[in-house]
Design a binder for this molecule. Structure first.
Ligand code: GDP
Ligand code: IMO
Ligand code: MG
Length: 429
């Protein structure tokens, strides 16, 4: 058996949560390998809607085990709220959840640092979700972090205090007003108190050496799906740096974030919206700051699952999509939110950029400093509802042509098309 991977090919929010939930019955294990509560993965079924930040999107299937891998960073208070919300909706959590001992903890002062750094950046701010992601991964790389396994050691409190003191010293350099901060609707003091209390939950959660667990499951021929967070264009190495997150969101991140060898990667499902969105700052060549962009936002309900911020909207960017496919080794494509384009007579796809008076088909190094201009091809819209369609042969002709066009452009087959937020709204091709 190999580990299949599902990850986002754009700037996040491609609908990963929904599709993982759809694919879950085929897998024994769903595992998150990077990111933290900056992720917001939405799952809808039976008129209920859940947004997951830390827990993998396989949690709604009682027969699937969900693993939070070593590459993930965890805010225990956010995790606790997530578990309580699932429990109050009669979803079985504890039995089906395993957490890596090596996953790093997001400390309350990591969130303060995140806020201090962002406010110091002024106009150059990243547009971070302010969940403490950057500072926590920084401490991990600086060999200064605290891991879940450390909570059970006798020197935990001392370690926590030492790092807290270091962080507060750093924050004092930024002239930052701690009292102005609110985290999870709490003042910093209350958030910190509840954060400390939420550590107790780890006594009843299944804390494991996830790299051994995953490899044993592979040996036992159990199917595993790795669930990405964020998207390829937010990858720390290959995204639109510095407007990125702080982890490797690409397939390579699965190896380090779960402890599996590169030759154990199986199918790579690359997921993208039929158009494109981005939340936060940074380049977005196909962004539409006009009525069409607003129409995409309205039809697609494009407001952040984690922060509620309006998402920036625009046409699909095939230069970026092909780059993402290349980096991830995508074997199957999944297109989401096709229904959002139902009432567009014409849609557009960027096939190249104009940049410094040249036409180019790659992402230039300086894209974050001087944004390239998109070169578009126009495509006929399907202008009809996509309800009750099953199979490739029943697709409206124009949608079929759009899919053929994308397959020809990318060289990768489109395997599924999503036509609404509910788990039932899916067309398998
Ligand atoms: P993720 O972070 O990749 O899991 O995506 P989000 O959950 O942040 O954002 C995707 C949003 O689109 C959520 O509100 C989903 O319920 C919704 N969604 C997913 N697939 C579709 C689809 O095919 N059509 C429509 N209209 N909405 C969808
Ligand atoms: P999911 O998994 C969309 C963006 C933020 C910001 C940048 C850095 O739901 O697709 P960070 O909080 O990591 O310091 O923010 O990355 N970002 C996301 N955008 N979806 C996400 O996750 C995101 N996670 C982070 O908006 O621009
Ligand atoms: Mg999201």
């Amino acid at each position: 058996m190999k580990v299949d991977v599902l990850l986002g090919l754009q700037w996040g929010d491609e609908g990963k949560g929904k599709i993982v939930d759809v694919l879950t019955p085929e897998y024994k294990i769903i595992a998150r390998f990077q990111g933290g509560p900056n992720a917001g993965h939405t799952i809808e079924f039976d008129n209920k809607k859940f947004i997951l930040h830390t827990i993998p999107s396989g949690i709604f299937n009682p027969d699937t085990v969900n693993v939070v891998g070593n590459g993930v960073i965890i805010d225990p208070l956010i995790l606790n709220k997530e578990i309580e919300n699932l429990r109050s909706n009669h979803i079985q959590v504890t039995n089906n959840l395993r957490i890596s001992r090596k996953a790093h903890l997001i400390l309350p002062t990591h969130r303060l640092l995140d806020a201090a750094y962002e406010s110091h950046k002024g106009k150059g701010k990243i547009g971070s979700t302010l969940k403490g992601i950057g500072p926590t991964y920084t401490d991990k790389a600086a060999r200064n972090g605290i891991r879940i396994g450390d909570i059970f050691r006798s020197d935990f409190k001392e370690k926590l205090q030492t790092i807290k003191d270091q962080h507060l010293k750093l924050i004092s350099l930024y002239n930052f007003d701690i009292d102005s901060c609110r985290f999870e609707n709490l003042s910093f003091g209350d958030y910190e108190k509840q954060w400390l209390k939420s550590l107790e939950q780890f006594n009843e959660l299944d804390i494991i050496d996830s790299e051994y667990f995953i490899n044993e499951q592979l040996k036992a021929n159990h199917s595993i799906l790795a669930e990405g967070a964020q998207g390829t264009m937010l990858d720390i190495d290959f995204g639109t740096y510095p407007f990125v997150t702080s982890s490797n969101t690409v397939t390579a991140g699965v190896c380090t974030g779960l402890g599996i060898a590169p030759n154990k990667i199986g199918e790579v499902y690359g997921i993208f919206k039929a158009y494109c969105t981005r939340v936060g700052s940074g380049p977005f060549p196909t962004e539409l700051e006009n009525e069409e962009g607003q129409k995409l936002r309205d039809e697609g309900g494009e407001y952040g699952s984690t922060t509620g911020r309006p998402r920036r909207c625009g046409w699909i960017d095939l230069v970026a999509l092909k780059y993402a496919i290349m980096l991830n080794g995508v074997t199957k494509l999944i297109m989401t939110k096709a229904d959002v384009l139902n009432s567009f007579n014409e849609i557009k796809a960027a096939t190249a950029y104009r940049h410094h008076n040249n036409t180019i088909e790659y992402i230039p190094f300086d894209a974050s400093y001087e944004q390239p201009e998109p070169v578009y091809e126009a495509i006929k819209g399907w202008n009809t509802s996509l309800e009750n369609i099953s199979g490739r042969n029943n697709l409206p002709e124009a949608l079929s042509a759009y899919i053929n066009y994308l397959e020809k452009q990318t060289g990768v087959p489109v395997f599924m098309v999503s036509t609404g937020p509910d788990r039932k709204q899916i067309i398998e091709l």
